[in-house]
Design a protein around this ligand. Structure first.
Ligand SMILES: C[S@@+](CC[C@H](N)C(=O)[O-])C[C@H]1O[C@@H](n2cnc3c(N)ncnc32)[C@H](O)[C@@H]1O
Ligand code: SF4
Length: 460
């Protein structure tokens, strides 16, 4: 890929796990009553037997990785586990009391932070509590529950893996990032290959059918040799999926702790892109196919199959294979999506627990989607998941069409997409710029933001 394209399209932009993106939510127009109403209406209108998605945020980690952009709290005090699980179960019970029927769960994800920070005993208590009020969707020939969790290779035990397997978890992802000791030192994450090998083999022996490794390109001091070596070691364990994330440098976000290295320790935009190209070539040579943005999978994995059957979906958890009408997020900072509204829970763990324990939904902020939001959201989802979207020219006013076509022309001339009055198709050369293409349709980017801070990481 040419350096001039990288320079041209390397701007700050959203990752589009939602539209509108969180910084542009109209929080002033959102009330607790709206949320309750939209949730219950969506639930009543939803396909009950298809089930709902549940995301549970488990925010604690024992040690800070200085590249991490996740919402987490660093502590070695494990007394935090019990009250936190109690709060999640209270929150879940509140939701289940509202819902007119006992929900079915199609998708369940434990994310973090580090779910394996919690003892198997607490995770068992969590899952028992969740299934007191709900059932997994039944398994049929073509579908069934899709339950996954995130483990840290340094503290995941066979007992963690076995415990969650017993509750129906068949997917697990392990954070690897990079095996180069120089990079690991800079990101404050000492993690030998042997740990990743152990947990991968244990998960496979227990019966997990989709094991994923998270790798990141663009980390401080990362060289071509780091990526080559990391991918060769990863290929030797043959995970079913690989997330190959672009390092998001967002030091202005409170609590990221992205301060263990200087900005000029990071690879430049063209070097970063070259790291990705090297990684992608090695993964493809190893039999993996690129799925959407950031992900690779082997042909037997459900993510690969979903891409080929047009079932790939994207939500706050990233790419998923399960499309449900309702995603409930439990835990501090978790985000829920009921199709017509988004809501984020209190980010501060103390505030979250205090509110839930007073039987109050821990609402931090939310957004009610307008008809225009829903239209744009559909196109952005299509572009991110299927690399194409169709429209009727009547969807746009003449002025909108002029702006859209003017901007798309730029991408077309660069050989990244084709479009006409019926829709848009991203060419393979355009895949690295999916975020930029979606930005053409984003009505909020031109509006003033609610904060003076930068909002998004770089698109390249
Ligand atoms: C919650 S962590 C995974 C579980 C566990 N905490 C661990 O680190 O092993 C989620 C993943 O997000 C990715 N990640 C975190 N911060 C990132 C950033 N700033 N840019 C890109 N990816 C990031 C990492 O690959 C990380 O493994
Ligand atoms: S990468 Fe994982 S273990 Fe490290 S700080 Fe982030 S969430 Fe915690």
């Amino acid at each position: 890929m040419s350096d001039s394209l990288i320079a041209k399209y390397n701007v700050a932009g959203p990752r589009y796990t939602s539209y509108p993106t969180v910084p542009y939510w109209n929080t002033a127009a959102f009330t607790r009553e709206d949320w309750q109403k939209r949730l219950t209406t969506s639930f009543a209108n939803s396909n009950y037997s298809a089930g709902i998605s549940l995301y549970i945020h488990l925010p604690f980690c024992e040690s800070l990785c200085t590249f991490c952009g996740c919402n987490k709290r660093i502590t070695r005090n494990h007394n935090v586990e019990e009250p936190y699980i109690d709060a999640i179960l209270n929150e879940w019970e509140m939701y289940c009391e509202w819902l007119p029927e006992r929900p079915r769960i199609a998708e369940l994800h434990l994310g973090g932070g580090t779910p394996s920070f919690f003892s198997p005993h607490e995770l068992r208590r969590l899952m028992t509590g969740i299934f007191r009020w709900a059932d997994p969707v039944p398994t049929t020939e073509n579908s069934g529950p899709d339950f996954g969790w995130e483990g840290h290779p340094n503290n995941t035990t066979g007992e963690h893996l076995q415990t969650l397997y017993e509750y129906g978890f068949r997917r697990v992802s392990f954070g690897v990032q990079d095996y180069d000791p120089v990079v690991q030192k800079a990101i404050h994450r000492h993690q030998p290959f042997a740990h990743v090998q152990r947990v991968t083999q244990q998960a496979r022996a227990i019966g997990y059918t989709s094991i994923s490794h998270d790798l990141v390109f663009g980390l401080p001091f990362q060289q071509q040799s780091s990526i080559i070596d990391t991918i060769i070691q990863t290929l030797s364990l043959r995970p079913d999926r690989i997330a190959f994330y672009s390092y998001a440098h967002v030091p202005w976000i409170k609590g990221t702790g992205q301060r263990g290295f200087a900005d000029n320790d990071l690879p430049s935009a063209d070097k970063k892109r070259a790291l990705y190209e090297t990684g992608r070539a090695l993964l493809e040579a190893g039999g993996y196919t690129e799925i959407g943005m950031d992900h690779f999978a082997l042909p037997h994995d459900s993510l690969y199959k979903a891409m080929h059957t047009g079932q790939l979906h994207r939500n706050f958890m990233g790419y998923t294979t399960t499309q449900t009408d309702i995603l409930l997020g439990l835990g501090a900072s978790a985000i829920s999506d009921v199709g017509t509204a988004f809501m984020q829970n209190q980010k501060d763990i103390g505030t979250y627990q205090a509110e839930v324990n007073q039987n109050q939904l821990p609402i931090f902020k939310g957004h009610l989607l307008t008809d225009e939001d829903a239209l744009i959201r559909r196109h952005i989802l299509n572009i991110m998941c299927r690399f194409q979207t169709r429209w009727s020219i009547m969807e746009w006013t003449p002025a909108e069409w002029e702006t859209i076509s003017h901007q798309l022309d730029d991408f077309r001339v660069d050989g990244l997409l084709v479009y006409d009055e019926t829709g848009l198709w991203v060419r393979p050369e355009g895949r690295p710029f999916l975020r930029n293409i979606c930005m053409v349709f984003d009505r909020y980017l031109t509006k003033p933001s609610v904060t003076a801070k930068p909002l998004f990481s770089s698109t390249v």
